[in-house]
Design a binder for this molecule. Sequence first.
Ligand code: HPA
Length: 251
Amino acid sequence: MKFAIIGGSGLTSLAGLENVRRQVVRTPYGDPSGPLTHGQLQGVDLMFLARHGYGHTITPHEINYRANVWALKHAGADGIVSVATVGGIRAEYGPGTLVLPDQIIDYTHGRRGTFFEGLDQPVTHIDFTWPYDDGVRGRLARAAANLGEPMALVGTYGCTQGPRLETAAEIRRLERDGCDLVGMTGMPEAALARELEVPYAALAVVANHAAGKGDSCDGISLEAIGATLDGAMARVRRILAEFVRMAANGD
Ligand code: HPA
């Protein structure tokens, strides 16, 4: 098993990666966010891609999701773990909480969201009832449990267009819709992975209370987000290392 990790804000590289090699992949859909990084984490092969580019310059709506997912699949990824920074809507999901979302609501617009388009492509509808892969979710949950890291196992991820953060009223609407988390990059990435039949799950890291909630009643502090992410990503890196170790052993 060779897993790919797509890192979001706060995770533009994987510390501890050894025998690193970069691979530039050209795709029929244009350029991915950057070269793929291949390496070994504690002796286990994996690949890594920084979703926003290695210099964090690509905004959520400008990411070439199709090129990223296609490149990882064609470089041999047997599965993808997407690390996603989010705002917490549900009261229990405060800053620093790690969540394995199990559902998505897509509020984005104008993104290239399918490989199945163009006159040469048959009309194809994927089943997306459960957008995340059970096997990948289960192994992530076990990896966190092995390390004693608390992780919430349910959550509906509302994907907004960005790059601006939401208004308080938009967050109230997302809450009424049943969203527990809000982020900007979960879609169309998850659907594209399903189209290419690559098992995919997201590990969401709550960076802040969503707009109008908790200590974000009067605004969202970007400095506080940075501090929260620094701490949380150290935990995420340990969980990812345990995850790839388990995948390599078939655990
Ligand atoms: N909204 C959308 N995306 C985010 C947020 C948020 O509050 N925090 C981190 N990513």
